[in-house]
Design a protein around this ligand. Structure first.
Ligand SMILES: Nc1ncnc2c1ncn2[C@@H]1O[C@H](COP(=O)(O)OP(=O)(O)OP(=O)(O)O)[C@@H](O)[C@H]1O
Length: 836
């Protein structure tokens, strides 16, 4: 048995390719300003309008030219459009090739007008019916010879089976109440001007049948417009969406779609208007708008070769050639923001945009793959529209597009998008279809020969006697036979002629029957033979079929489950998207709040800084004020001390005079010293614990209380202290007093020539000894003592903190007053404490 080649897979890479043919039709301008001009039969010029849609003057003025396969200007007729674009597709259809034609454009640009037209000015669709039936009418198969197998294929029946089905249909139609006319009353087909075009190159040795289906894709769901409208509770039921499936040849098809066999343009119109009615009903149920859906009308031409005797098609399913032409009226391509849609309309617009966007994306990727040799995945499955027509681009077929444009300036932006898409589409290559006709080795022209033989035998085939009406009917019912008058010869005459016609018909039918009977018997014998062989084959095929059927039903249920879960997921995604947008809004408001807080914080920071600065300045001022006060206080103290010092000096000088007087009585200075001490003792009876004669290391001394006692333990140096003993007077008069300064470690110098002498020495204490004699010859020895403190600049400074003055006074000198002596002691103590 011959098996057909797989059309899609095996030849895909080796075939020639043609670009997608893109045509442009410019609608006549109703009113307003235009922005499109047809330059010639292939070019349009698009000019930026002076004002944009919001009435703002345009600054960026542009003129763009677009070229197409052909441009139809405002004046062109429907016939011209059909002849240029669709007629070749009907030719291809008859020769067994697939075709796809779609209209694309903004709403109101004339897509539906181009595709369907008006009853008196038919568009592409009715003209396709006309030309197709004009061309194949002489070779149409009897109804029901081909039957859709609901898997995108067709079964073939014998003429007899087909006749039986016709008979059944007729009886049913007689019994059934008269159905209303399917073509709506407002459509007057009598005014219709049929297209007289006819394709002559039709293979006469084949029989043809036309099937039509009509679906629409709305919100990415496929609805069959030829489904019967069911009612639920007195209202039309919501239409059920269909799924897409792939047949054995990898062609996509709408599973379970109604494919209606039509034998004439009239019947095709009935189906078309049924679809339109259903579309209106469905849209009422779905609350949809007709122009918001993609409409797909498919013509399928089934053809099969006649057998060798040329009287019946070969009863072999695999040799049936099926070609199809899909006529697609796409929904308007305008963007959502322009139409200001909301709610349901927004969702529709979103879905239209998504499917058109997917179409665009698929085209772009296809073009990229074809131009750059890449093999990126084309996302056909993202939308039902592209998924349905996947085979045209992946497989083979002729693809044409009519871009409809409204030249009105208001549509400028949208029109530019449409034209750009059209311009890009021109570059896509589609594999040229090859007719799947088989050469079975049968004699060409066998049908004509068969007809001639029949004519010669006077055996008119049933095909050529359609006036018989019901196949086994003997004609219309008997005329009224009421004999009211014996002379009513007319009645008898009429009855006789009626009976003669009936008799004639009976004879014809009898002859037909005998012929059929004969044919049937011979065929039965043939079939019987084949049957035996086929039965064996059938048994094995049945087993396989059963397995496949089970698999298929399993897969089908899986598919249904997947579809439903897919729909649920889609809804979920939609919900999540809504949630995301709500969350985004919340996030925006929180972010706005946060930024507000940040601004406030920044302001607070600035305020605090300002405050700190003011506080700092105030504190600085206070400190300065305090410093000033302290300085003033200190200066006052110094002044007071100076005053005291001056007084002490005065007292001391007075004392010196007294002591000198006393010293005149004692010969040696040491004695004088002692006497002075005694004198002090004497004059200071209130301070008996003060002992001038105590040495610094006497423990008794250190234990004594009172400021004077400590002061009088002269120069008690620490063990670690090194004194720089500076005695410029080399021949100083020996003091010989008990109050010798005690410096355990010392370095004696007579001269200090450089600052380093002080800075670099290891001494931490400094003592300068000076001696001078006054006019009376009394020697006064002064020891200026201080701490050597290193400075940051590497030098050293000496801070004097003690002055000891030793004066030798003559004991012979008279002591002035006891009171004076007391005073001196007191003042001496004061100066010592001050210097300390
Ligand atoms: N070439 C034309 N000549 C005369 N009238 C036209 C032409 N094209 C469109 N029209 C008219 O313009 C109107 C809108 O056209 P049509 O309905 O075909 O637009 P559409 O693109 O299909 O819109 P939608 O996308 O909304 O379905 C109709 O009344 C139609 O008769």
């Amino acid at each position: 048995m011959w098996k057909p080649q797989r059309k899609y897979l095996d030849r895909k890479n080796s075939l020639e390719k043609d670009p997608v043919e893109v045509y442009c039709r410019v609608k006549p301008l109703d009113s307003g300003v235009g922005c499109i001009k047809v330059l010639d039969s292939k070019t349009v010029l698009v000019t930026t309008p002076d004002f944009n849609i919001r009435g703002i003057p345009t600054t960026n003025f542009k003129e763009i030219q677009y070229t197409f396969q052909h441009v139809f200007d405002e004046k062109c007729t429907q016939k011209e459009v059909f002849d240029s674009v669709a007629y070749p597709l009907i030719e291809a259809l008859i020769s067994g090739k697939n075709g796809l034609l779609f209209t694309y454009g903004v709403s109101g640009s004339g897509k539906t007008f181009t595709m369907n037209g008006a009853p008196d000015n038919g568009g592409i669709l009715p003209r396709c019916f006309d030309v197709l039936f004009n061309s194949i009418s002489h070779a149409q198969a009897r109804k029901y010879v081909f039957k859709p197998d609901r898997m995108n294929g067709f079964d073939v029946q014998s003429n007899v089976d087909a006749m039986m089905e016709i008979q059944r249909d007729m009886l049913q139609a007689q019994r059934a109440p008269k159905t209303p006319r399917k073509i709506p009353s407002d459509v007057n087909l009598e005014d219709r001007v049929p297209d007289l075009g006819k394709i002559t190159e039709v293979d006469d040795d084949c029989l043809y049948t036309v099937f039509v289906s009509h679906v629409e894709i709305y919100n990415n769901h496929i609805y069959d417009l030829l489904d019967d409208i069911l009612e639920e509770g007195g209202r039309p039921k919501l239409p059920q969406s269909k799924i897409l499936r792939e047949d054995a040849n990898h062609n996509m098809f709408v599973h379970g779609v109604n494919e209606v066999e039509v034998t004439s343009t009239e019947e095709a119109f009935e189906v078309y208007y049924k679809g339109q009615k259903r579309k209106r009903m469905a849209h009422t149920c779905l609350n949809a708008e007709s122009s918001r859906s993609h409409s797909v009308f498919t013509l399928r031409l089934v053809q099969a070769p006649l057998n060798s005797s040329g009287d019946e098609v070969l009863q072999e399913k695999n040799i049936v050639c099926i070609s199809q032409l899909s006529l697609v009226d796409l929904a308007g391509s305008e963007r959502t923001n322009r139409t200001k849609n909301s709610g349901q309309r927004l969702r529709e617009a979103g879905n239209i945009n998504n499917s058109l966007l997917t179409l665009r994306t698929c085209f772009e990727i296809l073009r990229e793959n074809q131009m750059n040799g890449t093999s990126k995945v084309v996302p056909y499955r993202q939308s039902r529209l592209t998924h349905l027509f996947k085979n045209y681009f992946d497989g083979e077929g002729k693809v044409k597009m009519i871009v409809c444009v409204n030249p009105i300036a208001d549509d400028y932006d949208e029109t530019i998008h449409v034209l750009k898409f059209a311009d890009m589409s021109k570059e896509i290559q589609v594999t040229r279809p090859i007719a799947m006709k088989l050469d079975l080795g049968l004699t060409p022209g066998r049908r004509r020969v068969n007809l001639n033989i029949r004519d010669e035998n006077g055996n008119q085939a049933l095909d050529s006697s359609p006036e018989l009406g019901l196949v086994y009917s003997l004609g219309p019912e008997f005329p009224p036979l009421v004999l009211s008058d014996p002379n009513q010869a007319d009645l008898i005459k009429n009855l006789m002629s009626f009976l003669e016609v009936r008799l004639g018909k009976r004879n014809v039918l009898q002859k037909e029957l005998l012929l059929k009977h004969k044919n049937f018997r011979s065929r039965l014998v043939e079939i019987e033979k084949e049957n035996v062989l086929a039965k064996q084959e059938l048994a094995s095929v049945k087993a396989t079929l059963e397995v496949e059927r089970r698999k298929s039903s399993l897969l089908e249920s899986k598919l249904v489950n997947l579809e439903s879960s897919c729909t649920k997921l889609e809804w979920k995604v939609q919900e999540k998207n809504n949630e995301i947008s709500v969350l985004k809004k919340e996030l925006d408001s929180v972010t706005a709040g946060l930024s507000q807080k940040v601004v406030e914080k920044e302001r607070e920071k600035q305020r605090m800084k300002q405050r700190m600065l003011t506080e700092k300045q105030r504190a600085n001022k206070e400190i300065q004020q305090k410093q000033k006060e302290l300085t003033e206080e200190f200066k006052t103290q110094i002044r007071r001390k100076d005053e005291k010092l001056r007084l002490v000096k005065e007292i001391i000088s007075n004392d010196s005079a007294i002591l000198r007087e006393r010293n005149n009585l004692t010969p040696s200075s040491s004695e004088g010293d002692l006497r002075t001490a005694d004198l002090i003792k004497k004059f200071t009876p209130s301070m008996p614990q003060v002992s001038w004669a105590l040495s610094a290391d006497s423990p008794a001394t250190s234990k004594q209380d009172g400021p004077l006692t400590r002061r009088m333990s002269r120069s008690v140096s620490n063990v670690a202290e090194i004194w720089l003993d500076h005695r410029p007077v080399t021949s100083a008069t020996p003091l010989n007093t008990v109050l010798q300064p005690r410096m355990k470690k010392r370095k004696s110098v007579t001269k200090l020539t450089d600052a380093k002498d002080v800075a670099n020495s290891k001494s931490s204490k400094y003592c300068l000894t000076t001696q001078e004699a006054d006019s009376a010859g009394e020697v006064e020895t002064r020891l200026y003592k201080g701490d050597i403190i290193p400075t940051t600049g590497g030098g050293a400074q000496v801070i004097f903190n003690d002055v000891e003055t030793l004066r030798q006074v003559s004991p012979t000198k008279t002591t002035p007053l006891k009171r004076r002596s007391d005073e001196m002691t007191y003042e001496t103590r004061s100066i010592v404490s001050y210097l300390q």
